[in-house]
Design a protein around this ligand. Structure first.
Ligand code: PLP
Length: 422
């Protein structure tokens, strides 16, 4: 049998962008606003739109496509798993799922007794962590100002942004937000009734703000003292994005003896499946691993063989191709290249690995995104005054240079639109 059959179930993508945008507006819910482009195809770090225009994808589906588009290894793993066994439910075990759990325990340096729960998204991974926290018998949770943990009701309760939360209150209670990076404030908020502290090692949606050195260690020390869980949300920062398997493993978060900070729970999604939806909550140590007993949590698709095969292929490619070290090189190239431009609209370049933001002098990031698209680059306005770059980890230094070379013109275009508009 042919592995790939011709199908008439999929629409032909002819007709041009406007045709598809009209149909989109009349059929797809408006919760994401108007799409910037209609995309039809991708290869490596490149994508093409419905009008045939090519873009260098420096956002990677919001820090998801770590291997870029149409990676041969991921494509082969997913198609061959689907052709073998696609979905079985959690009444049954499958080899790809078991192997992915083992691999995640290995790269997270998990102690004996650790276990992995699988789901399909970041919000769901954090819901699982939230339920683990409740199973401690305590109800109070401390999270951070500008923290983002997803849009379902529980994950939303952990998320800080008032515009996201207020229309949906009441949310699950007991969550307090403290200033990010302030160990003193964290120490004052955590007490004997605190079930968990939930933090991102780099606040992604909050504007690409790395935790200061020592902060995660302080959070570990504070939570240990009060018997609370330390949950690190690595949905955006994990799976190599920050030049280590997990951002909390970076040297600036190690203790005085060089030992990495050890959380109780790590939540993952985004990059884990290389573009296929996979989420996970790694419970480190016997105590955390036992919080959710048989029947206390679940999801139909969680850990299905296709998603698991995608996760295995993604982790394998990162290892085989030395992408963790590669991320550091490309990051340095981008950061130093942008700084060397000394462009008057750039206030700073911040971030870790390939999770970067170009801080702008003025709130013109949306105009810079539009100008970037006009010149063939996909970026993201993570804040009104910050342009986020979260490219595929396979981006080469030469491809990074293409963006650095185009950036002055992009910023000049954006400044012109911004001035005209204000
Ligand atoms: C994206 C993100 C989430 C939510 O993930 P979804 O897959 O969109 O539900 C949670 N936490 C962080 C840190 C994220 O960046």
């Amino acid at each position: 049998m042919e592995l790939v059959e011709k199908t008439d179930a999929l629409p032909v993508t002819e007709g041009g962008a406007q045709h598809w945008l009209d149909r989109h507006g009349a059929a797809v819910m408006g919760n994401y606003g108007v799409p910037q482009r209609v995309l039809v195809r991708g290869e490596g770090p490149w994508v093409w739109d419905a009008d045939g225009v090519r873009y260098l994808d420096l956002l990677a589906g919001i820090a998801v496509n770590v291997l870029g588009h149409a990676h041969p290894l991921l494509t082969a793993a997913v198609t061959s798993q689907l052709a073998t066994l696609g979905h079985v439910s959690n009444f049954f075990a499958t080899a790809p799922n078991i192997a992915l759990a083992e691999k995640l325990l290995q790269i997270s340096d998990a102690p004996q007794g650790s276990r992995v729960f699988f789901c399909n998204s970041g919000a769901e991974a954090n819901e699982a962590a939230f339920k683990m926290a409740r199973r401690t018998g305590r109800t109070k949770v401390v999270a951070a100002v500008h923290g983002f943990h997803g849009r379902t009701m529980g994950a939303l309760a952990l998320t800080h942004k008032p515009q996201y939360r207020l229309p949906f209150e009441p949310l699950p209670g007991g969550v307090e937000h403290v200033p990010f990076g302030d160990a003193g404030a964290l120490g004052r908020a955590v007490e004997g009734a605190t079930a968990a502290v939930v933090l991102e090692p780099v606040q992604g949606e909050g504007g690409v703000r790395p935790a200061p050195p020592g902060y995660l260690q302080a959070a570990r020390e504070i939570t240990r003292r009060h018997g609370a869980l330390l949950v690190l949300d690595e949905v955006q920062t994990g799976i190599g994005r920050c030049g280590a398997w997990f951002a909390h493993q970076r040297p600036e978060h190690a203790d005085a003896d060089g030992r990495a900070v050890r959380p109780d729970v790590i939540t993952l999604a985004k990059g884990l499946g290389g573009g296929i939806p996979v989420g996970a909550a790694i419970a480190l140590g016997e105590h955390s691993a036992a919080l959710l007993g048989a029947g206390q949590h679940g999801t139909t698709f969680g850990g299905n063989p296709i998603a698991s095969a995608a996760g295995l292929a993604t982790l394998h490619a990162i290892e085989r191709d030395g992408l963790l070290a590669h991320v550091e090189r490309v990051s340095t190239r981008l950061v130093e290249g942008i700084r060397a431009l000394r462009h008057p609209e750039v206030a700073e370049v911040r971030g870790v690995g390939l999770l970067l933001a170009i801080g702008l002098v003025r709130p013109m990031a949306p105009a810079a995104v539009a100008a970037g698209l006009q010149r063939g680059f996909i970026t993201n306005a993570v804040a009104p005054d910050a342009l986020r770059l979260a490219p595929p980890l396979i981006l080469t230094e030469e491809q990074a240079d293409l963006f650095v070379a185009a950036l002055p013109a992009i910023l000049d275009d954006a400044a012109a639109t911004h001035t005209k508009g204000s």
